[in-house]
Write a protein that binds this ligand. Structure first.
Ligand code: LMR
Length: 405
């Protein structure tokens, strides 16, 4: 019956994590998947989350019913407020937020909804992007194409190439963008560039879909939320998917949200209904536990402040290890330009290493990074930074020497 089923080639990120687990070497280093690790190399349980759980435990045990299709209303309300900040009622009236199964679930519900109403639209993702963007939208039946993101030597965003591409898209094309902490490059647009982009999208009737899984880990929450809040004010119809996996360190709970900014409250009402229909046909309704923890924190001022501080501490550590890795590589190979480490933001850095170099680093040093050259900065700590610096310096210097020959 299933003889024609082909072997799964594996996922570029999740399967690498399996390979890492199976690697018997003691000194191996995992810089592949986007987990935030603390300075001891542990995935933290946040104090605000522990406190929220204690509060939840004090509440009387209730029957464990299904949540509504679009999730717990108070969670959705609190998340909307957190992500979009203070918005005039003219905006909130036409803004819908639903609970989703992580960021991927939000993307998929948005993609399925869009496919129903714009079946012939094409979806454009940045080149490069997070691999699952392509998989999710292709899985919903869309043709997925790339738009240029980086300049020739991969050191910066090629904004004019982006604009040029978007200027030629047909009406109702869907453009997926990273709200902040671009994965994998760590390079984000400036506020003025976002404004320019949204003005163009309005003129061309393009549908923006902002994905955000790292709010607070780039330049801090307010700056990182700029694109989302500007989109809400822009008069465009647009989508915002959001994941709380990293910033609450709640990966396994699959806590996320999908927001849609509509033209009017009446349209928002109908879109909200059709999102429910999409959810019902996918997984019926989302899980409760993780969303309850997040809601408690977002609704409780003291816990919210504590959590914001914890996210800020994560951000500070990311900046510190970026600088430490920069110094360590610079010491070993002063001629190597690794300024990208300091320029890029968020949990990832895009090293520019080729798949062959990445394989070499993995085999020789037991250092795991994604084959597109992405490293998860958060996996670095004082115990492994030297070996990583040594590995990167060695292969990148070889490349310099080869280029000179
Ligand atoms: C990543 O980019 O490593 C994370 O978002 C985890 C994942 O699901 O790929």
């Amino acid at each position: 019956m299933f003889e024609h089923v082909e072997a799964y080639a594996g996922d570029p990120i999740l399967s690498l994590m399996d390979d890492f687990r199976q690697d018997p070497r003691k000194a191996k280093v995992n810089l592949s998947i986007g987990f935030y690790y603390d300075h001891n190399g542990d995935i933290p349980v946040l104090d605000s989350v522990i406190a929220a759980k204690a509060l939840l435990d004090q509440q009387p045990v209730e029957p464990n019913l299904y949540l509504p299709m679009s999730g717990e209303p108070q969670y959705c309300q609190a998340v909307q407020q957190h992500i979009f900040g203070e918005q005039p009622t003219a905006v909130t009236d036409r803004l819908i937020t639903i609970q989703s199964v992580g960021g991927s679930g939000a993307l998929r519900v948005g993609a399925d909804f869009l496919k129903r109403y714009y079946p012939d639209a094409k979806v454009y993702v940045s080149h490069p992007t997070w691999d699952n963007h392509q998989a999710i939208f292709a899985g919903a039946g869309f043709e997925v194409l790339g738009y240029p993101y980086l300049n020739q030597d991969q050191t910066d965003i090629d904004f004019s190439a982006m604009l040029k591409t978007f200027a030629h898209l047909s009406e109702h094309s869907i453009v997926l963008l990273h709200a902040c902490c671009h994965n994998p490059t760590g390079l984000d647009l400036e506020p003025s560039q976002w404004d320019q982009l949204f003005a163009l999208f309005k003129e061309k009737q393009i549908i923006p879909f902002l994905d955000s899984a790292y709010l607070g880990l780039g330049d801090g929450l307010e700056q990182d939320a700029y694109a989302i809040r500007a989109l809400a004010q822009s008069g465009l119809t647009g989508f915002v998917s959001n994941s709380f996996s990293k910033v609450f360190s709640l990966y396994g709970e699959r806590v996320g949200s999908l927001s849609v900014i509509c033209e009017s409250a009446a349209i928002a009402e109908k879109v909200s209904g059709q999102l429910k229909a999409t959810i019902r046909a996918n997984y019926s309704n989302p899980p409760r536990f993780g969303a309850q923890l997040v809601r408690i924190i977002l609704e409780n001022e003291a816990l919210y402040q504590q959590w914001l501080q914890e996210v800020e501490n994560m951000l500070k550590r990311l900046l510190q290890v970026r600088s430490d890795l920069y110094q360590a590589i610079h010491k070993i190979a002063p001629d190597l330009d690794v300024g990208y480490l300091l320029k890029q933001k968020g949990m990832f850095s895009f090293t520019g290493l080729t798949a062959v170099q990445v394989d070499e680093i993995r085999e020789k040093y037991g250092v795991y990074l994604i084959r597109n050259g992405r490293i998860c900065i958060a996996g670095l700590n004082s115990g492994n930074i030297q070996i990583v610096a040594q590995a990167i310096a060695e292969v990148a210097t070889q490349q310099l020497v080869e280029a000179a020959i």
